[in-house]
Design a binder for this molecule. Structure first.
Ligand SMILES: [Zn+2]
Length: 96
C-alpha cells in the first residue's frame, strides 16, 4: 500500500507548489534611484518595502515611516518623478 500512497503525496505537494504564487513577484519595481521622502540617492543602505503591488525604496527606515504616514502624497510624487524620468529617456519633444 505504501507504494500507492507516496506518488499521491508527491502529486499533492507538486500542485501545492504551482498554486503558491509569491505576491512579491507581482510588485511594480521602484522606478527611481532616489528616496521619495528625502530625495537622497539610494545606496547600499537603502531600505526596500513592498506596499500592495508597489515596491518603494528609501534611504533609511525613518523615511519609510514618513512615507507610510502619507502614502497617497508620496505615491503621486513617485509617479510624477517616474514619468519625468521616462520622458527624459525618450527625449523631451513629446511634452505636454
Ligand atoms: Zn531617509
Amino acid at each position: 500500500m505504501r507504494l500507492v500512497i507516496i506518488p499521491a503525496l508527491l502529486a499533492c505537494s507538486l500542485s501545492g507548489l504551482i498554486a503558491a504564487d509569491p505576491p512579491a513577484a507581482k510588485a511594480m519595481p521602484y522606478p527611481l534611484d532616489t528616496c521619495p521622502v528625502s530625495g537622497e540617492k539610494l545606496d547600499q543602505h537603502a531600505v526596500t518595502k513592498t506596499y500592495g503591488d508597489r515596491e518603494v525604496k528609501f534611504c533609511c527606515a525613518k523615511c519609510a515611516a514618513k512615507y507610510e504616514a502619507n502614502r497617497a502624497m508620496f505615491d503621486q510624487q513617485i509617479d510624477l518623478a517616474a514619468r519625468a524620468k521616462a520622458g527624459e529617456r525618450k527625449g523631451k519633444s513629446s511634452g505636454k
